[in-house]
Design a protein around this ligand. Sequence first.
Ligand SMILES: [Mg+2]
Length: 93
Amino acid sequence: MLEKYIEKKLVQAVKNMGGMAAKFVSPGLDGVPDRIVLLPNGKMAFVELKAKGKKLRPLQRRRIKQLRNLGFPCYVVDDTEQIGGVIDEILSS
Ligand SMILES: [Mg+2]
């Protein structure tokens, strides 16, 4: 399962819930998660997409840790089957 395919499914699923999954690129700060997921009522999370079974790079792991330490939820998704559960979790956060 390709990362791009999973990413497309995430973007569509978030849109279906009335939100947006904006691409996140931060010039000068490599390794940040791929998408910022914004859902109704101020719910948000960062999502790193990976091809199925692919591991995070060390810098990606570090960025996620930094964001979590700041109190922001971060998810790693490597399968389309995880998307529904992740969105539910963000919505109920
Ligand atoms: Mg990625």
